[in-house]
Design a protein around this ligand. Structure first.
Ligand code: ZN
Ligand code: ZN
Ligand code: FE
Length: 802
C-alpha cells in the first residue's frame, strides 16, 4: 500500500531509520473509543508519539521506521472500533525530533476551528455492559446508566465540541475514584467514555406521582413494573426524550393511553424483552432480526402473527406492528422483573402534535393528564431525538423516521458543496447542513405548523450549526411560499434557492446513489407545490440535479376543501366519482350506497363546491387517489393521521396476497394497460385516475371482496406506471429509474414497481440512508440548491414550464 507521506523516504533512507508522520483522521472518530484504539495499536507496534482529539477529528503524531508506520496506518482503517466511521486519513511527513520519544501517550483534547468532526449518534447498550448490568458481582450491577465507549448516550448529551466530558450534560457528575481510573486507563473499555459513571457518582432514577411528588421506594424500576402491570401509564425519561409506557398486553391499558393521549387509532409500537419474544409475536426474517439488534436499535415494522398475547387495539386495521428491543440499561432492568408485562407500549412522551418532552419539568407539566406516575432521572437530555422507525422493503431496511441511532451521522455525497442549509418541507420535517462532501441531515423534527415543533426546529438548527461549525452561506427552500420552513429561509438574509418538492425527492435518491443524470424519477407522494402553482404528487420527472422536466403525472382530481380533503377521504371519493362520472353519474352512484354514512346535505354542499370550483384546488397527488379508493371501499372516511387511509388500503390489499404475488403481478402486467394512459396535446402523459375509479366501482358493484379490489387497484397502478416508464426510458434513452415520495412507503407499490421495472432491464434505485418521505426533502434541497449556487444558477428549475 503506498502512502502519501512516502516521498520523504528517498533511496537514501535506510529502512531502519526513524521517520515522523502526522496523521489526521476525519469522520465519526470522537466518542467511539478511537484514541485508546490508536494508543493500543501504537503500543503494539512500538511506536512513540501522541494522539489527541482536535476540532477536525483525531490527530496523531508518530515516529518509527517506515515499514512499521505503514503497517500502523493501514490498520487504522482496517481495525477501527465498531462505531467509528472514517471519512479520510491524511498523512504528512514531519521531523521525528519533534515527536516525543518516550512511550506513546494520549493528550488532552484541543478545540479547533472549521470542524469536520461528527458527533456520534446514541448507541444501544452493548453486550459487555449488559452482562455487567445483570451480574450481581459487578460494581455496576443494576445501575441504570452503565455505558462504555461502545455504547450509550452521545448526541443527546453533547453541548458543543470537542466531545469531552466538560461539554456534555455529564459535567455535573464528578467521577469517583473508581470511575476516574477507568476513564484514564487506555486499556479500559471506559477510557474516555464521556458518560462514564456508577451508582456512587453518577445520575440516578427517582419515582414520582403525577403531581411530581417523589415517592420513597427502594427500587424505582420495581415500582414502575408494578404500576405498569396494574394498568397504569408511566412516563419514563429515556435517552432522547420521554416515553409513555403502558402494558401492551392489556386492551384497557392501551385504550386508556389512547384516550388520554387523544390518539384514537394511530399504531403504537411495543418494546419486548428479546428476539425470542419477537418471534412469538411476529414473522421475522434474519435481516429484520439484524435490524432490531443493530447498534441503532430502531423500531422495525413487522408482520404480526395472529396471536392474542398482545392487545388488539395496538394497531387497528394494520397487518403489522412496530417492535423495538430494550436499548437503555433502564429498559433492560424493567424487563428483568418477572412481573413486567410481556410487551410494553413505548410511545413518544408528548402532547398530541408536539415534540417529545426532554426535561423533567416539561414532562410533569405536559404529561400529568396522561401519565399516572413518572420515572425520572437527572442526566439532562440536551437534544431531543425520537426513536427511529424502519421497515424492510425490497430486501433493505428503509428509514421511515430517521432519528436516534442515525442522526447526526453524515451522508457522504459525491459533490463538493459550499456551506448550505436545506430548510426542508412542512410535515415530517428535517433540515440539512452540508460542508463540502459531507451532508448532515437532522433528526426527525415533525410538523412545523405546530409552534412547539417550530421552536424545536429553530433550536436544532442553531445547535447543529454550533456542533458542526457550519455557517451556511446560502439556504434552500421548498417552492411552497407558505411553509414555515420557507418563511424561515426567506428571513435569513442570505441567498435563497428554491427546489420543487418532487424534484427534491428525486435528487435525494440520485445523490445518495451517485446516479448519472438524467434519470427518470417516479415520485408518488401526498402533496407538493408544483412549479405551475397546482398541487402535484403523482409525477414522472426527467430529473437532472439542478433541473427537471415533468414528463407525466396522474390525472388531476378536485380537492374539495383543500387541506381538509386530505383529512377526510370521503371528499376524495366524491371528487373521484364526480370527475369520473360527471354530476349526474355521480348522483346515480351515490344512490346506490357509496358514501352512505355521510349526511346528504354535506354531500350536496361539496358537490356544489366542485360545480362552482369554489375552494377546490386540483391535484395530481397519488396519496389522494389512495384516499379516494379507500373511502369508496368503505375502509375509511376520516383520517386520524397522515397516510391513515392509504395504509389501511395497503394492509387490506396485502391480506390475501400470498407468497407468489409477484407471479400474479407478471400475469397482470401481460394485460394491456394502454387504457390507463393518455398522451396529451402538450406532449405530456397522463395516468388516468378516472380509469382506476371505474375499475374499482365496477368491481364493487360486481361484489368482489374489498381485499381483491384493493390488490387489483395496486396492481393496475403498478402496471400502468411501469408501462409508461418503460416507454419513456426508451424515448429518453435512460435506464436509470428513481422511486421516491411518501406513497413509496407502501411495500406492495414499491416492490411491485421494482419487480416489473427490473424485469424490463431497468436499474431501479430508492432511498436507503434517508427516508423517501418528506424527511429526505432537505437533503435533496442542499444538493440541488447547492449545485445551482455553484453553477451560478444557470440551468435550474422546471424546464418544461419554460
Ligand atoms: Zn457498553
Ligand atoms: Zn463512579
Ligand atoms: Fe413529499
Amino acid at each position: 500500500m503506498s502512502l502519501p507521506y512516502l516521498p520523504v523516504i528517498n533511496s537514501n533512507t535506510k529502512t531502519s531509520e526513524i521517520i515522523g508522520v502526522e496523521v489526521q483522521v476525519q469522520g465519526t472518530v470522537q466518542g467511539v473509543g478511537f484514541r485508546p484504539f490508536i494508543y493500543n495499536l501504537a503500543t503494539q507496534h512500538d511506536i512513540s508519539g501522541t494522539v489527541t482529539n482536535n476540532g477536525t477529528g483525531v490527530f496523531i503524531q508518530a515516529a518509527a521506521d517506515s515499514a512499521t508506520l505503514d503497517s500502523f496506518i493501514s490498520k487504522i482503517r482496517s481495525n477501527a472500533p465498531p462505531l467509528a466511521r472514517i471519512q479520510s486519513i491524511n498523512t504528512t511527513a514531519c521531523d521525528p525530533r519533534y515527536i516525543s520519544r518516550s512511550k506513546f501517550t494520549i493528550i488532552q483534547s484541543v478545540a479547533g476551528t472549521g470542524s469536520a468532526t461528527a458527533i456520534p449518534p446514541d448507541i444501544a447498550l452493548c453486550h459487555d455492559c449488559r452482562r455487567e448490568l445483570l451480574d450481581p458481582r459487578d460494581r455496576r450491577y443494576g445501575y441504570p446508566f452503565i455505558n462504555c465507549t461502545n455504547c450509550g448516550p452521545r448526541f443527546t448529551i453533547v453541548e458543543t465540541i470537542p466531545y469531552d466530558r466538560p461539554t456534555t450534560s455529564m459535567k455535573v457528575f464528578p467521577m469517583c475514584t473508581d470511575c476516574r481510573s477507568e476513564y484514564e486507563d487506555p486499556t479500559s473499555r471506559r477510557f474516555h467514555a464521556q458518560p462514564n459513571a456508577c451508582a456512587a457518582c453518577g445520575p440516578s432514577i427517582t419515582w414520582h406521582d403525577r403531581h411530581g411528588n417523589q415517592l420513597k421506594c427502594t427500587s424505582p424500576t420495581t415500582q414502575a413494573v408494578v404500576a405498569l402491570a396494574e394498568g397504569n401509564i408511566v412516563a419514563v425519561r429515556g435517552l432522547g426524550g420521554f416515553h409513555l409506557a403502558a402494558d401492551g398486553t392489556s386492551q384497557s391499558a392501551v385504550a386508556s393511553l389512547r384516550h388520554r393521549k387523544n390518539r384514537p387509532t394511530k399504531p403504537l409500537a411495543i418494546m419486548v424483552k428479546d428476539l425470542e419474544t419477537v418471534r412469538t409475536l411476529c414473522r421475522i426474517s434474519s435481516e429484520e432480526e439484524a435490524a432490531l439488534t443493530s447498534p441503532q436499535h430502531p423500531i422495525v415494522l413487522l408482520a404480526k402473527n395472529d396471536v392474542d398475547t398482545i392487545a388488539d387495539n395496538l394497531c387497528p386495521g394494520m397487518g403489522e406492528i412496530g417492535v423495538i428491543l430494550p436499548y437503555t440499561p433502564l429498559h433492560h432492568l424493567l424487563f428483568q422483573s418477572s412481573d413486567c408485562p410481556k410487551a410494553l407500549v413505548m410511545t413518544s412522551g408528548n402532547r398530541s402534535g408536539c415534540p417529545i418532552c426532554i426535561s423533567n419539568e416539561a414532562a410533569l407539566n405536559e404529561l400529568d393528564h396522561i401519565a399516572d406516575y413518572f420515572l425520572l432521572h437527572d442526566r439532562d437530555i440536551l437534544t431531543r431525538v425520537d426513536d427511529s422507525v424502519t421497515k424492510m422493503i425490497q430486501g433493505k431496511l428503509r428509514l421511515f423516521r430517521r432519528a436516534r441511532g442515525y442522526a447526526p451521522s453524515p451522508v457522504v455525497i459525491p459533490y463538493s458543496i459550499p456551506p448550505t442549509l436545506g430548510c426542508g418541507g412542512g410535515l415530517k420535517s428535517t433540515f440539512s447542513l452540508v460542508r463540502e462532501n459531507l451532508a448532515y441531515i437532522s433528526q426527525h423534527i415533525g410538523d412545523l405548523h405546530n409552534l412547539e415543533s417550530y421552536d424545536f426546529y429553530l433550536e436544532s438548527i442553531n445547535h447543529h450549526k454550533r456542533l458542526l461549525e457550519i455557517e451556511p452561506q446560502i439556504c434552500v427552500r421548498d417552492l411552497h411560499p407558505d411553509y414555515m420552513s420557507s418563511r424561515f429561509a426567506d428571513a435569513l438574509h442570505i441567498p435563497v434557492y428554491t427546489v420543487q418538492h418532487h424534484h427534491a425527492h428525486a435528487v435525494a435518491v440520485m445523490a445518495e446513489h451517485d446516479l448519472p443524470a438524467p434519470t427518470l424519477a417516479i415520485i408518488l407522494d401526498g402533496t407538493g407545490y408544483g412549479s405551475d402553482g397546482t398541487i402535484w404528487g403523482g409525477e414522472i420527472l426527467l430529473s437532472e440535479l439542478c433541473s427537471f422536466e415533468r414528463l407525466a403525472h396522474l390525472q388531476y382530481l378536485p380537492l374539495p376543501g383543500g387541506d381538509l380533503a386530505a383529512k377526510e377521504p370521503w371528499r376524495m371519493a366524491l371528487a373521484a366519482l364526480y370527475s369520473t362520472y360527471g354530476i349526474d353519474g355521480c348522483d346515480d352512484h351515490l344512490h346506490s350506497g357509496f358514501l352512505a354514512d355521510i349526511a346528504p346535505t354535506t354531500v350536496r354542499i361539496v358537490m356544489e363546491m366542485m360545480e362552482h370550483g369554489f375552494n377546490v384546488p386540483m391535484t395530481s397527488s397519488c396519496g389522494r387517489l389512495f384516499d379516494a379508493v379507500a373511502a369508496l371501499l368503505g375502509l375509511r372516511l376520516y383520517c386520524d393521521y397522515e397516510g391513515h387511509a392509504a395504509m389501511e388500503l395497503e394492509a387490506v390489499a396485502a391480506r390475501d396476497l400470498g407468497l407468489h404475488w409477484k407471479a400474479r403481478l407478471n400475469d397482470h402486467m401481460a394485460h394491456d394497460h394502454s387504457a390507463f394512459l393518455w398522451h396529451g396535446d402538450g406532449g405530456k402523459w397522463e395516468i388516468i385516475s378516472s380509469k382506476f375509479v371505474t375499475m374499482v366501482v365496477d368491481k364493487i358493484i360486481k361484489g368482489f371482496t374489498v381485499s381483491a379490489i384493493a390488490r387489483d387497484f395496486h396492481f393496475d397502478l403498478i402496471c400502468a406506471i411501469a408501462k409508461l416508464t418503460i416507454m419513456l426510458s426508451r424515448q429518453y434513452s435512460t435506464t436509470t429509474i428513481v422511486l421516491s415520495g411518501g406513497s413509496m412507503q407502501n411495500r406492495l407499490l414499491m416492490e411491485g414497481l421494482f419487480h416489473i421495472l427490473e424485469k424490463a432491464g431497468l436499474q431501479v434505485y430508492t432511498g436507503e440512508k434517508l427516508p423517501v418521505n418528506d424527511g429526505g426533502i432537505s437533503f435533496g434541497q442542499i444538493i440541488s440548491g447547492g449545485l445551482q449556487h455553484v453553477s451560478c444558477n444557470t440551468y435550474a428549475g422546471d424546464r418544461s414550464s419554460r
